[in-house]
Design a protein. Sequence first.
Length: 431
Amino acid sequence: MFRKLQKRLTFFYSLTCGIILAGILLVCFFYMKGAVESRNQALFSSLFLNISNQFQSQSFFSDQWLAQMETDNRLIIHVEENGDSLFFPGAWEPATDRKVLIDKAMEQASLEGLSDNNLSPGSTRQSALFYLSGNSGDSYCGMALQSATDAGKKTLLVLQDITLSERQAFFQGLFFAAAGILGFLLLGGVSWKFVGKTLAPLKESKQKQAEFIAAASHELRSPLAVIQASASAIKTSPQDTPAMIENIEKECSRMNTLIKDLLILASADSQKWNLTLELCDGDTLLLDVYEIYQPLCRQNQIPLELKLPDMELPKIRCDRNRIIQILSVLMDNAMSYTGQGKSIELEIFLEKKYLCFSVADHGKGIPDSEKEAVFDRFYQQDKSRNQKGHFGLGLPVGKELAKLHKGDLVLKDTPGGGCTFLLKIPFSEQP
């Protein structure tokens, strides 16, 4: 699914950027082409003006001057007087026969405004700039001028070979086309990688969601199986009804705990969780947790120590019940890790802008490679999570609740061995 989506998005991005790139290249190409054509037209018009001035002011041209003009500027100069062509063979040989070009040019000039009719003595008529093609792929631009005198009519035709300029424009077009194709391919490669990186979090999220659903289904199936088995046992062995009912109640309680944790995580994921915030004393919250777990620790022969600072601590704005829930999760884990005779320490202290609740045990500890994984949902590697009653949701729930308080839940090593969980909650600036 994601690969198909990646292909579609890559094609869409590449197509969109390719169209923009093609538009930019086309604008640049036609701008450059137009600028070159305008410059060439201006140069040709200047040459034609120079020649036409000579044509009108002098009665004849020298062959040397005509040859020099033609050679230096790739021109074809043709002069007629009363229909008779001036004898000048030309200084260079064009790709198309010279006479053929002149005939084509005279015909084109007549279409561009040059005509033999209604030209009175002393007047002139000039054609517009025109273009024509030869028989060998050569190209020319030209202009013509007619001048009437008492002695008759004179005609000046000037052509310039622009084949080289046209070829340069053609190769420039090929260059821009190649640049566009290469740019499109590069855009495709970059888009593929960019879209891949963009979709990576979605892939990871979907994978985690699938794992989460599978693990939740597995955890829900276990108590349901016990409930079903106990219900069947009641039918077959009525004398065991009290024990079976007790099993059913225990499994219902386990399921209730699991479902509550799942709802908390779902609410946190959808950012729809609402906290009941109030100003609370951190040491009072820790003392409440101590009083809840002290009898249970004494029963399991686990010393529980409470360390409170002598200084007055700032208040925190928090949801009291949720903070106690997080600390209870940490205490449950600490008791699971800690054997008889080994102590658990509860402590509260300030660290920069946070009020820190510390729960430290002296169990076997957790390897550095697994410290991040313990906050994954349904994490089942360590021993405490394999015990019945642990679903691997306590620490993830605690982490999410800490984030909802704009704090954090981190794991460190206890000096001498074991784990220390730090719940960091930003304290209020109010006195």
